[in-house]
Design a protein around this ligand. Structure first.
Ligand code: BEZ
Length: 213
């Protein structure tokens, strides 16, 4: 087990999934990725989460993000449960679920928190950039389903920083003003941000969201 921090390279692994064997780095390719764990198959909160992610596939695709789920249950269990997810959540699971029965990946990503959950993984989320580095980690307890709108919001923010040199302020949502990153000198802003900017303080410069029409 290792503690993974933002900026670390996401450890590579090979694992069985509902869509065949995955070599994680190869599977990620040049795009972004989300690896998220859930405590166990055939549990109510997890069922709603995986159904929600399936419905959001187009949103992840739009952002060039591949999504893969993981639990420590086996492939046969995953396959049976997927039918329940499809039926009860009115969707079709359209992303792989890793069968991590030997807990190899869970240990690699520190997803087992025995003082919180004796058997399964906690609800970990890792967002990985095209450079294979970890951009975001979130850990929820088993009893709280994740907010996947928030995950998309953070991915939008991460991509704005990666591609447009802006950060996003508290409670920011798509389409709202962004903050010019401190590394950009104020004299360079007009060339970089043709939509204009406001200098509220020398360290607090805002600009309309660069990739928003
Ligand atoms: C669930 O996914 O519903 C769940 C799993 C473990 C504990 C509590 C809820």
């Amino acid at each position: 087990m290792q503690t993974l921090r933002l900026g670390d390279v996401a450890p590579n692994f090979t694992a069985q999934s509902t869509e065949g064997e995955i070599n994680f780095h190869q599977w990620l390719g040049d795009g972004w990725g989300v690896l998220f764990s859930h405590p166990a198959d055939y549990t109510p909160v997890c069922t709603t989460e995986l159904g929600t992610v399936a419905k959001y596939k187009a949103e992840f695709d739009k952002r060039n993000v591949k999504v893969v789920a993981l639990s420590v249950d086996g492939l046969e269990s995953h396959r049976g449960w997927v039918q329940d997810i499809n039926e009860t959540q009115n969707t079709t699971v359209n992303f792989p679920i890793i069968a991590d029965e030997d807990r190899k990946v869970a240990q690699l990503y520190d997803m087992l928190h025995p003082n919180s959950d004796e058997k399964g993984t906690v609800r970990s989320v890792f967002v990985i950039g095209p450079d294979k580095k970890i951009k975001l980690t979130i850990t929820y307890p088993a009893s709280t389903g994740r907010n996947f709108d928030e995950l998309l919001r953070v991915i939008d923010s991460l991509q704005l920083t990666a591609y447009h040199k802006v950060a996003t302020p508290a409670n920011w949502n798509n389409g709202e003003d962004c903050v010019v990153v401190p590394a950009v000198a104020t004299e360079d802003i007009p060339a970089l941000f043709p939509k204009g900017f406001k200098e509220i303080k020398p360290y607090l410069r805002t600009t309309p969201q660069p990739n928003w029409n």
